[in-house]
Unconditional design. Structure first.
Length: 263
């Protein structure tokens, strides 16, 4: 209970920073909205999706891409705290050693709630209409938030490892961009070279996108390559990936925070 109380204090600190520096919240929402408009009106006409409007397939992909990029905000935030010496100050306080990293991930998860709400309204304005029940739509957004929270723990490890925000930014984009674009988020994987098709099908982003599309009421339309377990059971496979991410990166991140040396 003490550890959770300490983590909530750190979360409160992070949310207060958003009020004092509203530009962070503004730009966190503008970028996903720009992606929606760009793919909807610029690239959407070039992608063939017979039987369904492209925006119905696009929005789940944009949602997943946005929460996946939680890795970047978490890594950059912690790297900046390391540079400013705040992590050293936190380590000198009589608080739980895990409170700082847990509070950071909870704060980023709260920010994702705001971003997803803004994106959902933008999607509705450009023609997105989920066809499933209200409960399934809510479950889809909850699924997205959990995935973003799991991804943020990767950002914790990166942010504590590199310290410099510029290096953190480069390190995150090296693996997040391939994950999001080497997937079924924006275009069918059947147009990729055969080896990349199999990689894309097992990509956690692909399974998340397919699972969210299912919860939002879309039948599988983008071609299945290998008829594999992830393509046939995207929700189950996504839960497995989320569990693996947390099981691997939470202990590593907490241990890294305990053992990190002052700059």
């Amino acid at each position: 209970m003490n550890a959770m109380r300490d983590a909530l204090v750190i979360t409160k600190r992070q949310l207060l920073q958003l009020l004092r520096v509203p530009e962070v919240l503004i730009f966190s929402t503008i970028q996903p909205v720009m992606f929606v408009l760009l793919f909807r009106y610029v690239f959407g006409g070039a992608i063939n999706t017979p039987g369904v409007d492209y925006v119905q397939l696009l929005m789940p992909g944009i949602f997943v891409q946005t929460v996946a990029f939680t890795v970047a905000s978490t890594a950059l935030g912690l790297a900046e705290d390391m540079q400013k010496g705040l992590i050293d100050r936190f380590r000198s306080l009589p608080i739980s050693r895990s409170a700082v990293v847990v509070g950071r991930t909870l704060g980023d998860a709260t920010l994702n709630v705001v971003v997803l709400i803004v994106m959902a309204f933008t999607g509705l304005l450009v023609g997105w209409r989920p066809s499933s029940s209200l409960f399934e739509v809510f479950a889809g957004f909850l699924f997205l938030l959990i995935f973003g929270y799991a991804m943020s723990w990767m950002g914790v490890l990166v942010g504590l490892s590199v310290r410099d925000s510029r290096v953190a930014n480069s390190a995150v984009f090296l693996f997040v961009f391939p994950m999001t674009f080497l997937s079924n988020a924006f275009a069918p994987t059947t147009g990729m070279p055969r080896p990349l098709q199999y990689v894309a099908e097992w990509n956690p982003v692909s399974t998340m996108v397919a699972g969210v599309r299912d919860l939002f009421g879309l039948e599988p339309i983008f071609g299945v390559t290998a008829n594999s377990f992830p393509s046939q059971n995207p929700l189950i496979m996504s839960l497995i990936y989320i569990g693996l991410l947390m099981a691997i990166f939470i202990p590593l991140s907490v241990r890294k925070y305990k053992n990190v040396t002052p700059k």
